[in-house]
Design a binder for this molecule. Sequence first.
Ligand code: FMN
Length: 336
Amino acid sequence: MNLATPYLGLELRNPLIASSSSQNGDIDHLRRLDDAGIGAVVLPSVFQEQLEAQQSDFESLLAQQPNHSPEAESYLPPIDSGPYGLGPEHHLALVMRAKRELSVPVIASLNGSSLSGWTRYAALLEEAGADALELNIYFVPVDIEEPGTAVEQRYLDVLGAVRQTVKIPVAVKMPPYFSSVGHMAKRLVEAGADGLVLFNRYLQPDINLTRMELSSELVLSRPGEMRLPLMWTALLAGRIEASLAASTGVENVDQVLKYLLAGADTVMLAAAILRHGPTYVRTLLEDLEAWLESRRLESLAQIRGNMSWSRLKKHDNYIRANYLHLLETFTSAHNA
Ligand SMILES: Cc1cc2nc3c(=O)[nH]c(=O)nc-3n(C[C@H](O)[C@H](O)[C@H](O)COP(=O)(O)O)c2cc1C
Protein backbone atom coordinates (compact mmCIF):
# COMPACT_ATOMS: atom_id res chain seq x y z
CA MET A 1 0.00 0.00 0.00
CA ASN A 2 1.41 3.37 -0.99
CA LEU A 3 0.88 5.88 1.81
CA ALA A 4 3.77 8.15 0.80
CA THR A 5 2.91 11.79 1.29
CA PRO A 6 4.66 15.00 0.30
CA TYR A 7 4.57 17.66 3.01
CA LEU A 8 6.45 20.98 2.93
CA GLY A 9 8.61 19.56 0.16
CA LEU A 10 9.60 16.62 2.35
CA GLU A 11 8.76 13.05 1.42
CA LEU A 12 6.91 11.36 4.30
CA ARG A 13 6.31 7.59 4.38
CA ASN A 14 2.70 8.25 5.39
CA PRO A 15 0.49 11.23 6.30
CA LEU A 16 0.52 10.83 10.10
CA ILE A 17 2.48 13.44 12.02
CA ALA A 18 2.96 13.57 15.78
CA SER A 19 1.81 17.11 16.63
CA SER A 20 3.97 19.32 18.76
CA SER A 21 3.58 18.23 22.38
CA SER A 22 5.57 18.00 25.58
CA GLN A 23 5.91 14.22 25.13
CA ASN A 24 7.89 14.80 21.97
CA GLY A 25 10.65 16.27 24.11
CA ASP A 26 11.54 12.75 25.20
CA ILE A 27 13.87 10.98 22.78
CA ASP A 28 12.60 7.51 23.83
CA HIS A 29 9.06 8.56 23.06
CA LEU A 30 10.18 9.89 19.67
CA ARG A 31 11.94 6.61 18.94
CA ARG A 32 8.78 4.67 19.80
CA LEU A 33 6.78 6.87 17.44
CA ASP A 34 9.33 6.20 14.72
CA ASP A 35 9.17 2.43 15.37
CA ALA A 36 5.38 2.55 15.23
CA GLY A 37 5.59 4.09 11.75
CA ILE A 38 4.89 7.80 12.25
CA GLY A 39 5.47 9.90 9.10
CA ALA A 40 7.16 12.85 10.84
CA VAL A 41 7.41 14.43 14.28
CA VAL A 42 7.02 18.00 15.49
CA LEU A 43 9.10 18.80 18.56
CA PRO A 44 7.75 20.75 21.55
CA SER A 45 7.67 24.48 20.86
CA VAL A 46 10.40 26.80 21.91
CA PHE A 47 8.52 29.77 23.32
CA GLN A 48 9.24 33.46 22.83
CA GLU A 49 8.94 33.83 26.63
CA GLN A 50 11.67 31.21 27.17
CA LEU A 51 14.01 32.88 24.74
CA GLU A 52 13.40 36.33 26.19
CA ALA A 53 13.83 35.07 29.77
CA GLN A 54 17.15 33.49 28.83
CA GLN A 55 18.24 36.32 26.59
CA SER A 56 21.92 36.11 27.48
CA ASP A 57 22.18 32.35 26.69
CA PHE A 58 20.32 32.98 23.48
CA GLU A 59 22.54 35.92 22.48
CA SER A 60 25.70 33.97 23.15
CA LEU A 61 24.42 31.11 20.98
CA LEU A 62 23.72 33.58 18.20
CA ALA A 63 27.14 35.14 18.62
CA GLN A 64 28.79 31.75 18.19
CA GLN A 65 26.96 31.03 14.99
CA PRO A 66 27.73 29.10 12.81
CA ASN A 67 29.59 26.93 15.34
CA HIS A 68 27.11 27.82 18.02
CA SER A 69 26.87 24.67 20.02
CA PRO A 70 29.76 22.26 19.77
CA GLU A 71 28.79 20.75 23.10
CA ALA A 72 25.05 21.07 22.71
CA GLU A 73 24.56 17.38 22.05
CA SER A 74 26.02 16.48 25.39
CA TYR A 75 23.35 18.58 27.15
CA LEU A 76 20.59 16.14 26.43
CA PRO A 77 17.30 17.06 28.04
CA PRO A 78 16.86 15.01 31.20
CA ILE A 79 13.82 12.77 30.83
CA ASP A 80 12.28 14.01 34.08
CA SER A 81 12.35 17.71 33.23
CA GLY A 82 9.63 19.05 30.98
CA PRO A 83 10.68 20.51 27.62
CA TYR A 84 9.18 23.90 28.37
CA GLY A 85 11.57 24.53 31.25
CA LEU A 86 14.61 23.92 29.09
CA GLY A 87 16.87 26.63 27.74
CA PRO A 88 17.62 27.50 24.13
CA GLU A 89 20.62 25.19 23.97
CA HIS A 90 18.66 22.14 25.13
CA HIS A 91 16.18 22.49 22.31
CA LEU A 92 19.00 22.55 19.81
CA ALA A 93 20.40 19.42 21.39
CA LEU A 94 17.00 17.76 21.09
CA VAL A 95 16.84 18.62 17.39
CA MET A 96 20.32 17.21 16.84
CA ARG A 97 19.61 14.04 18.73
CA ALA A 98 16.24 13.51 17.06
CA LYS A 99 17.88 13.98 13.68
CA ARG A 100 20.57 11.50 14.54
CA GLU A 101 18.29 8.84 15.99
CA LEU A 102 15.09 9.02 13.95
CA SER A 103 14.45 7.81 10.43
CA VAL A 104 11.72 10.37 9.77
CA PRO A 105 11.71 14.16 9.23
CA VAL A 106 12.05 16.28 12.36
CA ILE A 107 10.07 19.51 12.44
CA ALA A 108 11.03 22.08 15.06
CA SER A 109 8.41 24.41 16.49
CA LEU A 110 8.64 28.07 17.44
CA ASN A 111 5.86 29.68 19.42
CA GLY A 112 5.51 33.40 19.97
CA SER A 113 3.18 36.34 19.77
CA SER A 114 4.99 39.45 18.58
CA LEU A 115 7.80 40.61 16.39
CA SER A 116 11.11 40.85 18.22
CA GLY A 117 14.54 39.26 18.31
CA TRP A 118 13.31 35.78 19.31
CA THR A 119 12.56 34.94 15.70
CA ARG A 120 16.34 34.71 15.08
CA TYR A 121 16.28 31.43 17.01
CA ALA A 122 14.85 29.90 13.82
CA ALA A 123 18.33 30.06 12.29
CA LEU A 124 19.76 28.04 15.15
CA LEU A 125 17.07 25.37 14.78
CA GLU A 126 17.85 25.15 11.08
CA GLU A 127 21.53 24.86 11.75
CA ALA A 128 20.90 22.15 14.36
CA GLY A 129 19.40 20.11 11.53
CA ALA A 130 15.62 20.64 11.66
CA ASP A 131 14.05 19.54 8.38
CA ALA A 132 11.35 22.19 8.66
CA LEU A 133 9.93 24.71 11.07
CA GLU A 134 6.43 25.07 12.41
CA LEU A 135 5.58 28.58 13.47
CA ASN A 136 2.85 28.93 16.04
CA ILE A 137 1.88 32.58 16.40
CA TYR A 138 -0.36 32.40 19.43
CA PHE A 139 -1.89 35.51 20.86
CA VAL A 140 -5.30 36.74 21.86
CA PRO A 141 -6.06 40.22 20.51
CA VAL A 142 -7.43 41.57 23.79
CA ASP A 143 -6.87 45.21 22.81
CA ILE A 144 -10.23 46.27 21.44
CA GLU A 145 -8.57 49.28 19.80
CA GLU A 146 -6.45 47.00 17.61
CA PRO A 147 -8.17 46.46 14.27
CA GLY A 148 -8.19 43.13 12.45
CA THR A 149 -5.80 44.47 9.81
CA ALA A 150 -3.16 45.10 12.51
CA VAL A 151 -3.68 41.61 13.96
CA GLU A 152 -3.23 40.08 10.53
CA GLN A 153 -0.14 42.19 9.88
CA ARG A 154 1.40 40.88 13.07
CA TYR A 155 1.17 37.33 11.74
CA LEU A 156 2.68 38.38 8.43
CA ASP A 157 5.50 40.31 10.13
CA VAL A 158 6.50 37.43 12.39
CA LEU A 159 6.37 35.01 9.47
CA GLY A 160 8.38 37.43 7.32
CA ALA A 161 11.07 37.72 10.00
CA VAL A 162 11.38 33.94 10.32
CA ARG A 163 11.27 33.47 6.57
CA GLN A 164 14.20 35.87 6.16
CA THR A 165 16.21 33.87 8.69
CA VAL A 166 15.90 30.32 7.30
CA LYS A 167 15.92 28.39 4.06
CA ILE A 168 14.13 25.28 5.38
CA PRO A 169 10.38 25.01 4.78
CA VAL A 170 8.15 26.89 7.22
CA ALA A 171 4.58 25.94 8.14
CA VAL A 172 2.30 28.31 10.02
CA LYS A 173 0.04 26.77 12.63
CA MET A 174 -2.74 29.30 12.24
CA PRO A 175 -5.81 30.03 14.33
CA PRO A 176 -9.32 29.94 12.85
CA TYR A 177 -10.22 33.36 14.24
CA PHE A 178 -9.79 35.61 11.22
CA SER A 179 -12.77 37.28 9.59
CA SER A 180 -11.64 35.80 6.27
CA VAL A 181 -9.73 32.64 7.10
CA GLY A 182 -9.20 31.70 3.45
CA HIS A 183 -7.82 35.09 2.48
CA MET A 184 -5.51 35.10 5.49
CA ALA A 185 -4.32 31.62 4.54
CA LYS A 186 -3.57 32.92 1.05
CA ARG A 187 -1.66 35.92 2.40
CA LEU A 188 0.42 33.71 4.69
CA VAL A 189 1.34 31.56 1.72
CA GLU A 190 2.19 34.65 -0.35
CA ALA A 191 4.37 35.82 2.56
CA GLY A 192 6.38 32.61 2.38
CA ALA A 193 4.55 29.86 4.29
CA ASP A 194 5.21 26.51 2.64
CA GLY A 195 2.38 24.94 4.58
CA LEU A 196 -0.48 25.67 6.95
CA VAL A 197 -1.55 23.70 9.99
CA LEU A 198 -5.31 23.98 10.40
CA PHE A 199 -5.67 24.92 13.20
CA ASN A 200 -3.94 25.97 16.33
CA ARG A 201 -6.11 24.93 19.28
CA TYR A 202 -6.38 27.84 21.70
CA LEU A 203 -6.88 26.98 25.32
CA GLN A 204 -9.78 29.15 26.42
CA PRO A 205 -10.22 29.60 30.17
CA ASP A 206 -13.18 28.22 32.11
CA ILE A 207 -14.77 29.53 35.31
CA ASN A 208 -14.53 27.46 38.45
CA LEU A 209 -17.86 28.07 40.25
CA THR A 210 -16.69 26.62 43.57
CA ARG A 211 -13.56 28.72 43.84
CA MET A 212 -15.06 31.65 41.91
CA GLU A 213 -11.97 31.98 39.77
CA LEU A 214 -10.77 31.42 36.24
CA SER A 215 -9.32 28.03 35.52
CA SER A 216 -7.02 27.11 32.66
CA GLU A 217 -7.00 23.36 32.70
CA LEU A 218 -5.68 21.63 29.57
CA VAL A 219 -8.54 19.48 28.31
CA LEU A 220 -7.68 17.05 25.53
CA SER A 221 -9.64 17.36 22.30
CA ARG A 222 -12.53 15.15 21.19
CA PRO A 223 -13.46 14.20 17.60
CA GLY A 224 -16.39 16.66 17.62
CA GLU A 225 -13.83 19.46 17.51
CA MET A 226 -12.70 18.44 14.05
CA ARG A 227 -15.59 20.06 12.18
CA LEU A 228 -13.99 23.51 11.90
CA PRO A 229 -10.57 22.34 10.66
CA LEU A 230 -12.31 19.77 8.45
CA MET A 231 -14.36 22.48 6.78
CA TRP A 232 -11.42 24.79 6.19
CA THR A 233 -9.22 21.97 4.96
CA ALA A 234 -11.91 21.19 2.40
CA LEU A 235 -12.34 24.85 1.49
CA LEU A 236 -8.62 25.46 0.97
CA ALA A 237 -7.42 22.19 -0.56
CA GLY A 238 -6.34 22.67 -4.14
CA ARG A 239 -6.88 26.42 -3.94
CA ILE A 240 -3.66 27.58 -2.31
CA GLU A 241 -0.08 26.74 -3.20
CA ALA A 242 0.91 25.18 0.10
CA SER A 243 0.81 21.92 2.01
CA LEU A 244 -2.11 21.48 4.36
CA ALA A 245 -1.86 19.67 7.68
CA ALA A 246 -5.16 19.05 9.41
CA SER A 247 -5.03 19.10 13.18
CA THR A 248 -7.40 18.59 16.11
CA GLY A 249 -9.73 15.85 17.19
CA VAL A 250 -8.13 12.75 15.68
CA GLU A 251 -9.06 9.77 17.81
CA ASN A 252 -9.33 6.93 15.30
CA VAL A 253 -9.00 6.19 11.60
CA ASP A 254 -12.37 7.78 10.79
CA GLN A 255 -11.02 11.26 11.53
CA VAL A 256 -7.84 10.53 9.58
CA LEU A 257 -9.91 9.47 6.56
CA LYS A 258 -12.20 12.48 6.80
CA TYR A 259 -9.28 14.90 6.87
CA LEU A 260 -7.68 13.18 3.87
CA LEU A 261 -10.97 13.20 1.96
CA ALA A 262 -11.26 16.92 2.72
CA GLY A 263 -7.86 17.37 1.09
CA ALA A 264 -5.29 17.39 3.90
CA ASP A 265 -1.81 16.36 2.86
CA THR A 266 -1.03 15.27 6.39
CA VAL A 267 -2.96 14.65 9.59
CA MET A 268 -1.57 15.62 12.96
CA LEU A 269 -2.28 14.01 16.29
CA ALA A 270 -1.42 14.79 19.87
CA ALA A 271 -4.34 13.76 22.13
CA ALA A 272 -4.68 10.28 20.57
CA ILE A 273 -1.02 9.55 21.22
CA LEU A 274 -1.34 10.85 24.78
CA ARG A 275 -4.40 8.67 25.39
CA HIS A 276 -3.20 5.46 23.72
CA GLY A 277 0.59 5.70 23.59
CA PRO A 278 2.95 5.85 20.62
CA THR A 279 2.22 2.30 19.40
CA TYR A 280 -1.30 3.49 18.55
CA VAL A 281 0.20 5.00 15.40
CA ARG A 282 0.68 1.43 14.09
CA THR A 283 -3.02 0.70 14.74
CA LEU A 284 -4.07 3.82 12.87
CA LEU A 285 -1.87 2.93 9.90
CA GLU A 286 -3.19 -0.65 9.81
CA ASP A 287 -6.76 0.63 9.97
CA LEU A 288 -6.04 3.12 7.20
CA GLU A 289 -4.61 0.39 4.97
CA ALA A 290 -7.48 -1.96 5.77
CA TRP A 291 -10.02 0.71 4.83
CA LEU A 292 -8.27 1.41 1.52
CA GLU A 293 -7.94 -2.32 0.78
CA SER A 294 -11.60 -2.94 1.52
CA ARG A 295 -12.37 -0.47 -1.27
CA ARG A 296 -9.71 -1.88 -3.57
CA LEU A 297 -7.76 1.38 -3.49
CA GLU A 298 -3.99 1.38 -3.83
CA SER A 299 -2.92 4.83 -2.79
CA LEU A 300 -4.02 7.84 -0.83
CA ALA A 301 -4.02 9.90 -3.99
CA GLN A 302 -7.24 8.12 -4.93
CA ILE A 303 -9.10 9.61 -1.97
CA ARG A 304 -7.22 12.79 -1.06
CA GLY A 305 -9.39 15.85 -1.60
CA ASN A 306 -12.37 13.99 -3.04
CA MET A 307 -14.66 15.90 -0.66
CA SER A 308 -12.94 19.25 -1.08
CA TRP A 309 -14.63 22.40 -2.27
CA SER A 310 -12.60 22.44 -5.47
CA ARG A 311 -13.55 18.87 -6.40
CA LEU A 312 -17.21 18.84 -5.45
CA LYS A 313 -19.71 20.24 -7.92
CA LYS A 314 -22.36 20.96 -5.27
CA HIS A 315 -21.30 23.25 -2.42
CA ASP A 316 -24.52 23.48 -0.44
CA ASN A 317 -23.09 21.70 2.55
CA TYR A 318 -20.25 24.19 2.81
CA ILE A 319 -22.28 27.37 2.63
CA ARG A 320 -25.06 29.23 4.34
CA ALA A 321 -27.86 27.85 2.17
CA ASN A 322 -27.54 24.60 4.00
CA TYR A 323 -28.32 26.20 7.36
CA LEU A 324 -31.98 26.85 6.62
CA HIS A 325 -32.39 23.39 5.15
CA LEU A 326 -30.87 21.79 8.26
CA LEU A 327 -33.06 23.78 10.62
CA GLU A 328 -36.15 22.79 8.66
CA THR A 329 -35.20 19.12 8.60
CA PHE A 330 -34.37 19.13 12.29
CA THR A 331 -37.57 20.91 13.25
CA SER A 332 -39.85 18.68 11.19
CA ALA A 333 -38.14 15.54 12.53
CA HIS A 334 -38.66 16.73 16.11
CA ASN A 335 -42.24 17.80 15.53
CA ALA A 336 -43.16 14.50 13.91
C1 FMN B 1 0.30 18.19 26.43
C2 FMN B 1 0.26 19.01 25.19
C3 FMN B 1 1.35 19.81 24.84
C4 FMN B 1 1.31 20.61 23.71
N1 FMN B 1 2.39 21.37 23.39
C5 FMN B 1 2.37 22.12 22.24
C6 FMN B 1 3.48 22.90 21.86
O1 FMN B 1 4.53 22.92 22.51
N2 FMN B 1 3.40 23.63 20.74
C7 FMN B 1 2.28 23.62 19.94
O2 FMN B 1 2.26 24.29 18.89
N3 FMN B 1 1.21 22.88 20.27
C8 FMN B 1 1.23 22.14 21.39
N4 FMN B 1 0.14 21.38 21.73
C9 FMN B 1 -1.05 21.40 20.84
C10 FMN B 1 -1.03 20.21 19.89
O3 FMN B 1 0.09 20.26 19.03
C11 FMN B 1 -2.30 20.17 19.02
O4 FMN B 1 -2.36 21.33 18.23
C12 FMN B 1 -3.59 20.10 19.86
O5 FMN B 1 -3.43 19.22 20.95
C13 FMN B 1 -4.76 19.61 19.00
O6 FMN B 1 -4.47 18.34 18.45
P1 FMN B 1 -5.12 16.99 19.04
O7 FMN B 1 -6.58 17.14 18.91
O8 FMN B 1 -4.59 15.90 18.18
O9 FMN B 1 -4.68 16.89 20.46
C14 FMN B 1 0.16 20.59 22.87
C15 FMN B 1 -0.91 19.76 23.21
C16 FMN B 1 -0.88 18.98 24.34
C17 FMN B 1 -2.06 18.10 24.64
